[in-house]
Write a protein that binds this ligand. Structure first.
Ligand code: NI
Length: 205
């Protein structure tokens, strides 16, 4: 019994010590990973964005590579959203109008977080009502979950008696700015002033 106890104590101490060493070593490990930006993609920069496969309003499969060469404004939401998404899309449209001809270098993308209701046709109707420039993207729940994770976007189906479908979708409302290579540049929200967005985009273009 005594030997067992001693053995347990030694194992216990070993675990605590091992944990402490791991914790101490972690920041260094993280720094080293960040330093090797070329090998560990995106570690040095804000880890937002990445590869995705989605479905456009024509029902065609598209990937992040189809958007290379253009700056992107990436916004997530759903067409049945009562107020936040419409505000966000209005802000995006107004900012692009404010950029004049330079707006052609930016592709605004609206990605659905409600693939159940947001069919390609539904997305087409919806984005058209804000601006003909906006690209609506939807997909399978798996595809949507994957792209939301890549952009650090939270979304959750919640009960909503007021909705005819009986549910709503809680979600993050962030407008991401990505460069021509698909790298994160900046972010805004639906509440950011249009002038401030125009000024920031002008600096980037
Ligand atoms: Ni919304």
């Amino acid at each position: 019994m005594r030997l067992d106890k001693r053995l347990m104590t030694i194992i216990g101490l070993g675990l605590v010590l091992g944990g402490a060493i791991a914790l101490i070593a972690m920041p260094d490990l993280r720094q080293r990973l960040a330093g090797g930006g070329a090998t560990v993609a995106g570690m040095g920069k804000a880890q937002v964005g990445g590869p995705f496969t989605l479905v456009d309003t024509a029902g065609k499969t598209v990937t992040d590579k189809d958007f290379r060469g253009k700056h992107l404004l990436v916004y997530f939401g759903f067409t049945f959203c009562p107020d936040v998404c419409p505000t966000g899309l209005q802000v995006i449209s107004a900012a692009l109008d404010g950029l004049g001809a330079k707006a052609d270098r930016i592709t605004p993308v609206f990605i659905s977080l409600d693939p159940e209701r947001d069919t390609p046709q539904q997305m087409a109707e919806y984005v058209k009502s804000f601006s003909p420039r906006i690209v609506g993207l939807t997909g399978s729940l798996e595809q949507i979950t994957s792209v939301a994770r890549a952009y650090r976007v939270y979304f959750k189906k919640v009960k909503d008696e007021k909705s005819t479908a009986g549910y709503s979708v809680d979600h993050t409302s962030i407008i991401y700015v990505m460069d021509q290579k698909g790298e994160f540049v900046a972010h805004f929200t639906h509440a950011t002033a249009v002038d401030a967005i125009v000024a920031r985009l002008q600096k980037m273009l």
